[in-house]
Design a protein around this ligand. Sequence first.
Ligand code: ZN
Length: 313
Amino acid sequence: MSAVDVTITEVGLRDGLQNTKNFMPTAAKNAWIGAEAAAGVHRIEVCSFVPAKLIPQFVDAGEVLAYANTVSGLTPAVLVPNLKGCERALAAGARRIVAPISVSEAHSMNNVRKTTAQAIDDFARMAGLVKSQANGGRAQLIGACSTAFGCSIQGAVAEEDVVRVALALREAGADAISLADTVGYANPAQVKRLFDKVCSAIGGNFHIEAHFHNTRGLGLANALAAYEAGVRNFDSTLGGLGGCPFAPGASGNVVTEDLVFMFESMGVNTGIDIDKLIEVRKTVFAALPDAELYGHISRAGLPKGFMPGPRRA
Ligand code: ZN
């Protein structure tokens, strides 16, 4: 098997499910994880270690992570909102931990009742905790700059603030940085400019990842702009599952199937089998019949004579 050119992380079980009304049974979550891993998705964000009273969907976070840790070839990721969540995630065996820090002060106060500076201090404590683990088995900690492209409370977010927060997270001990368009405000010119700025401030060898929502239809265009800026790690959700709590009725993240199709049709290897991926939609739909699933390639089918990336090369 050829090495992948881009890594796609499925975040539907976290970003998608935190925005759906109904609880997805644990067995269905596990079936989704197993099936998508079998389709070649080797990184899946499986849950969030938030208090269950805030988001009941994640009451089974420990069980789901325990299952995901048994799936061969899979690196499960988890989201943590704070130090307490990070402690819980590590105790449950997390190997990849994503901690979002809002660049927008207004979003940070609204979400975690901390200023951005206080949230960065909290992140530094998480990094200390993660690094106190034995080195061979220590988890990776990803600092996710949320609202990096705009905020539904504050409005515009200054690019220099994003660069400053990204550098602070790196300084505090992040293994990688992600720039997240939390509310779907980004456009491709802005994406290229901001990733260029952050990459040159942080240094080319450091891992920088992208998280886009398709709220206003620019998700794939933004992913392509980030790819052209050198980004090789992308988040997306199967069927675009999810939504935007600030824009009722709006669509969710970039659709995994469409993102894989875009890259593979360009000759960029994702390591993911599109037909198998489309099959996984049935598992999700059966467990969440009221959820809206989006996506073009699952409806239109692959073009006649389509060849995935590695066979094209
Ligand atoms: Zn998101």
